[in-house]
Design a protein around this ligand. Structure first.
Ligand code: FES
Length: 125
């Protein structure tokens, strides 16, 4: 499995985060735990996925959210403590809950687990 860190540190927010280029392996994305040290949020990207996935560490657990607006499937932008849709202005918190309509449904989330030395994002349940 080949993975590499793009190491792009975005400066538009208060929380440090990276874009991590991860390969899909059997309907999962793997993130080596060493890439999570000291990081509160991480954007996962793969050319096979039509959207990014935001991983957020919250109270010791990891949440993985599809960065796609539930109003009309527009890609979301990370803005530090929330996700913003440039389509019609919806906003979501980092747990995927709607902060601002017109989106009515929370973001799609993925189950996560720690297996060996990796954080695993389960793309199919
Ligand atoms: S597509 Fe996101 S608010 Fe309409």
């Amino acid at each position: 499995m080949s993975m590499s860190v793009l190491g792009v540190l975005l400066d538009s927010c208060s929380v440090p985060h990276y874009i991590f280029k991860a390969a899909i392996q059997e309907d999962t994305l793997l993130v080596p735990k060493e890439n999570l040290k000291g990081v509160q949020s991480l954007i996962l990207r793969n050319r096979e996925l039509p959207y990014d996935i935001l991983v957020v560490k919250y109270e010791g657990n990891y949440t993985a959210l599809q960065m796609l607006c539930t109003h009309n499937d527009v890609a979301l932008s990370f803005a530090g403590n929330k996700l913003i849709c440039n389509g019609h202005g919806s906003e979501f918190d980092l747990q995927g809950k709607v902060l601002r309509e017109p989106a009515a449904r929370q973001l799609t989330s993925y189950r996560t687990s720690i297996e060996r030395d990796n954080l695993v994002i389960h793309l199919k349940g």
